[in-house]
Write a protein that binds this ligand. Sequence first.
Ligand SMILES: Nc1nc2c(ncn2[C@@H]2O[C@H](COP(=O)(O)OP(=O)(O)OP(=O)(O)O)[C@@H](O)[C@H]2O)c(=O)[nH]1
Ligand SMILES: [Mg+2]
Length: 398
Amino acid sequence: MSESHFDQMTILLVFIGVLFLAVMGTVVLSIVKKRKTPSITPNEAVPVPVNDVTVGADQLEEARLKDIADRKAVVKEEETNITIAEALAKTEESFFGRIRKAFSNADKKLVLDEVEEVLYTSDLGPQTVERLLDVIKSELSSKQISDINTVKWALEKEMMQILKPVQGEFEQNTQVKEQITKAPSGPTVLMVVGVNGAGKTTSIGKITSQLATDGFKILVAAGDTFRAAAGGQLKVWTDRASASASAEGQVEIFWPSNTTDPSAVAFDAIQKAKAQNFDYVILDTAGRLHTQSHLMDELKKVKRVMAKVIPEAPHETWIVLDANSGQNALMQAKEYNAALGVTGCVLTKMDGTAKGGVALAVVDQLKIPIKLIGVGEKVSDLRLFKYEEYVKSILGIH
Ligand SMILES: Nc1nc2c(ncn2[C@@H]2O[C@H](COP(=O)(O)OP(=O)(O)OP(=O)(O)O)[C@@H](O)[C@H]2O)c(=O)[nH]1
Ligand SMILES: [Mg+2]
């Protein structure tokens, strides 16, 4: 090879080398840039590069914590702080608002009749109304009955007496986890039931979110195998719950594609949770009317099958009731309780209803505690039911 040929080859090789380095540089830069600016939507899981040896453990942890902080910021933006009293404003208006009107309009002698009418047309149920009227009639003189404040006082006292024996043990609780009886060991299993559209899936999402914030590991089981879109809807909610998880919290959905049998879903989910040390299993179920006996039998079977994995499971069976259903909600709770032994109730849609009085009826007649109330459609719109605040709210005592 001549000397000039050799020089040309060297220049060519150097040129190729520089080109190669430039291309590689651009690729590496774009990868680094992508890592530095992850695009996070509240429901999107960010893959953490666990096997990437070029990223240190500290950086991984930092990225994970940043991801959690970003997601929390998004969830916080969605939060509202509607109180029990605000949620019950319509109920107060339709209940005590009408009693107030009766006192201002009626001839004093007719006040008791008017109060009776208001009570019977609220959603308290006849049995509870009779109990309240008995107290008014037996404890107040006719002069006291014509005074709105003494009537209010008698109602408050009796309502507290109805609620306290059932609700008292939960009154000081401040967190959702305290409302759920914990299994002595292994995962705590919560089965959620109710009629179509009551708010089961939404409430499960809200409950899961709070448990995940407290750092628990939760498996949410898609036991609604009836409605095609149910699993997808539950997935959206578990993603939202996952977005509010603390560093230790973890939310997973159990949603097998190959089964239409809710008992099988429940069985497999509990087995998985037991094997993988989950703290909670929350089972969503398909909505069904309390009058559909074959579907109620299906739920009984689901419950029996759960006990094959953990004898005490489900540790809690909660019925979700739409407060708008009024007296019908009481019937639902009654029938579900007879079939499954309900241990708690979530009363949803308290934000838009004038029928919040049904809480009193459920507790008085069925002795089922109201554990939580839904006050909106967002993930944070869940409150612990506090009976003292409830009574004061519906009687307009602020
Ligand atoms: N305003 C308000 N809406 C609620 C509340 N809880 C649930 N909802 C709405 O009620 C509707 C039904 O809720 P879901 O959670 O799908 O009810 P579900 O019981 O799972 O229904 P099925 O699975 O069909 O039986 C949805 O539009 C929810 O956004 C609440 O507390 N307040
Ligand atoms: Mg549902």
